[in-house]
Write a protein that binds this ligand. Sequence first.
Ligand code: SAM
Ligand code: SF4
Length: 342
Amino acid sequence: MEDRFGHRISYLRVSITDRCNERCNYCMPRELQEWLPREEILRYEETVRLIRIAADLGVTKVRVTGGEPLTRRGVVDFVRQIPAIPGISSVGISTNGTLLGRGIDILPMGPALKAHATMAQTLRAAGVQSINVSLDTLDRERYAQITGRDFHPQVLAGIDAAIAAGFDQIKLNAVLMRGRNEDQLIPLIEFAGERNLILRFIELMPVSTTEVLTEENFLPIAEAKRAIESRYGGLIPEPSFRTNGPATYYQISGRDQRIGFIGAMTNLHFCESCNKLRLTCDGKLRPCLGSYLEFDIMKPLRAGASDDELRQFFIDVVDRKPEQHDFRDNYQPDRKMIAIGG
Ligand code: SAM
Ligand code: SF4
């Protein structure tokens, strides 16, 4: 699938729930905290069918997200089906990390041999190759203020569990907020460096209500880079290193450590290499996170559409993909980030 601007669509972000066990203020402001009814959420078999159709059309990478994807029952059995879809070569999960270290019972060889594994191990065994964990601060109190929950110890345990599970890639994502975590840039870099993880800093985006992004709390990538350079010396660009998304990567000079920046607001080239399409948990295809456009594929799916008809639906949505996002025009979507799937 290719859009009108030559973007080849190979990456599908699949949100499986709008629910979450945290309450990050930039993602789900207090007045928007209500969940969709179950029947409005795609069933796993419906989601798998749509991924298969996307794979027929050239999607090779899938990232499962939410809300918090690990809160949905049956998530492991769901993700296990994705690597088996012809054409899919990479499966990842974005998570707040709170549940990665939780022990779950598995029945590897029947009830007689019940064993205990962490959620991270179970996901790894189900074929998940990469995990992105959100971590905005190493300060427990601040973490509770940002996320509305005192789950910092669980997240750290979750990161340890992910490391122990042996994923191909683990990334940490930190949303930059002035007054909230600008003092955390260096501690987070040290934390990631010690564990050999890739850390990425994300600019705050206007994806919920107007209060989320203000002049006062916006911390641009350029300023974060300057602070990091004044501590470590130069950041050496690595244009040839890319993951699936729009991050740009740098080596910290004198250290064997890579960090990334996702600057949707200030990087004017942000959309040039976009390869992404999103499926929301309530069955909408969104050609761009930063645009009002979304198309209800659940309706034809539940009305009995054939695979050919659904394939055409995907093609038509990709054809409507905008050249770039509308974030810089003070964009406010009709729905919050948690219901889109970040
Ligand atoms: N619950 C999972 C998590 O927190 O990683 C997955 C879903 S979450 C919506 C995906 C990512 O979007 C997280 O890294 C989160 O920090 C980011 N995010 C949410 N709201 C954002 C905003 N307003 N601006 C920038 N990033 C945001
Ligand atoms: Fe939940 Fe992730 Fe949104 Fe935080 S960013 S409220 S953890 S979905």
